[in-house]
Design a protein. Sequence first.
Length: 171
Amino acid sequence: MIILNKIISDVIKKIESHRGLSEFIINLAKFEGWLKVEIIDSAIKLGCSEVIPEKDLIDVTFNFDNKSYAIELKTINTNYQKGFSRKTRPITKNISGVIKDIEALQKNGEYKNKFVLFIVFPLNLEDNKKKWNYHLKKIESLVNLIGYPLRFKEGPKGILYMGEVDGRITK
């Protein structure tokens, strides 16, 4: 898992320094494609091999230290904060997408190390902890879920979460 911590650290630096990404945040627009490119760039820089996007319908796959990795990505836009564009996709649909990714990875036996990485934005936990925790509890099947606070270039806050997918099928 050390390689994933290094990838996450590199990606967080990219997220927090990218001016253009702030426009996505302000307009509550998705940026999974950009995130995928940056994760792949970081994995290659850090010496991962067989780094492949969209292999077996998984966002990012790679090998490191003779271990296979599969990562699914999501960006979750909230409507908790004022001053941001309104989107019609409710947060519950975003959470359902994360749960579907978890279930798909649980069924996939090809990869030993399976993770879901998702960014929630804008999210100021000081003001919206109760609302967000209600949704976060729905993703309880992720093991070792870690949240990394984000501050986007133009000021909004968010959180990058990464959790390991337990190989046991829960349904």
